[in-house]
Design a protein around this ligand. Structure first.
Ligand code: DAV
Length: 366
């Protein structure tokens, strides 16, 4: 019996990882949490249904290529088992007409040490997404005697979990930014809700973004669940749609983080990094002016990279500004084309979930 699961951060040498699959992906119908994050001028407003087959095939080709590049670099790759996502989700508390996908595993699975926990997502359409990963979790459970297989408390996601008509169609960008600054988001505080991609793991410290997908009660839940770790709530004024920390604040190695220049960490929250000699560098500008069609995310997927070790990083092949910056920061860059996968939930960090990285639980912020 071998140790299969171990990861405390996003930069120690990667040995095993999950890479998502795009099969059967659906653009979900509007619901209280999702309609609020689709920009008003987006062609996706009001549109839902299975994604066109040719886009699924193109995304899968790039996901398969990423898996191959990882294997060529000595990383074991596991893949989820997609469900037929075009089915309604019905619970005692709500109904929504379709699920979504299992492409961004990073949103669902949080690895901390020898534990992988399925998250408490606020989107109703993602309620059963964890099922795609259960065969893998069961395998790890059977093969690794130390693996802790966990599910966070499931939120009920009744209407009380959301502020309704929170964003009027006509709300201006300035008003959205004001709400982000005031930490006024679409979710309420009736129960803990969080996406795993809002949690940045740095050994003994967790930095958790408070935004559209993770609420304050989740932070309190994390504090009680992990009494040996220190939980820091962070937020990034400047982001009108704050979901997930991994296109905003991305560590490359101990002591070095790139930060989205439009979503800077506020001064008072920088203090802990500065006091411990961490350098926070503005990320390079994205190479693209627009995300690809039918994509939820912003152009800042440019910085959503997958670090293989303290000197090696995979970035999207067309993001030449980001590649150049990585080179200057002393990282070797492995370019991987990935824009066809973006619409399915994100870039290289989103599309993966850590299973095993070397190294243990370091205390970087003594
Ligand atoms: O900038 O749109 C994308 C993060 C997806 N996991 C953004 C955030």
């Amino acid at each position: 019996m071998a140790k299969i699961v171990n990861s405390w951060n996003d930069f120690d040498p990667l040995k095993r990882v999950i890479v998502g699959r795009a099969d059967f992906s659906v653009i979900p119908p509007e619901e209280p949490a999702t309609s609020e994050k689709v920009p008003v001028d987006s062609a996706m407003r009001g549109m839902w249904g299975p994604r066109p087959t040719e886009t699924v095939e193109k995304a899968n080709a790039q996901l398969d290529y990423l898996a191959k590049v990882l294997e060529d670099n000595g990383v074991t790759v596991d893949r989820p088992e997609p469900l037929q996502w075009n089915q309604p989700v019905i619970t005692p508390d709500f109904r929504t007409d379709s699920m979504m996908t299992c492409m961004p595993p990073r949103d669902i699975l949080l690895t901390i040490g020898s534990e992988i926990m399925a998250s408490a997502n606020s989107f109703r359409c993602r309620y059963f997404e964890y099922l795609a990963y259960w065969p893998l979790m069961n395998k790890y459970f059977e093969e690794d005697p130390e693996f802790k297989w966990t599910q966070a408390p499931r939120p009920r996601l009744t209407d009380a979990s959301y502020k309704h008509n929170y964003y009027d169609e006509k709300i201006s960008l300035e008003e959205r930014l004001e709400r982000t600054a005031n930490k006024d988001f679409v979710t309420t505080e009736v129960e803990p809700m969080w996406d795993a991609a809002d949690v940045l793991r740095l050994g003994k410290d967790l930095f958790i973004q408070h935004g559209l997908t993770t609420n304050r009660k989740a932070m309190e839940w994390f504090k009680r669940y992990y009494p040996d770790l220190t939980v820091h709530a962070v937020n990034f004024p400047g982001d009108p749609y704050p979901i997930h920390i991994d296109a905003t604040f991305v560590p490359l190695r101990p002591g070095l983080i790139i930060n989205n220049p439009q979503r800077r960490l506020p001064e008072e929250q920088r203090a802990i990094f500065e006091a411990n000699d961490w350098q926070i560098v503005d990320a390079a500008m994205p190479a693209h002016k627009e995300p690809p069609p039918l994509c939820y995310s912003s152009v800042w997927l440019s910085m959503n990279c997958l670090v293989l070790d303290h000197k090696t990083v995979i970035i999207e092949a067309s993001e030449h500004n980001q590649a150049e910056q990585m080179d200057k920061l002393g990282m070797n860059v492995i370019p991987v084309p990935f824009r066809d996968a973006y619409p399915f939930g994100g870039a290289l960090h989103c599309a993966t979930a850590d299973v095993y990285r070397e190294g243990g639980c370091e205390d970087y912020f003594a």
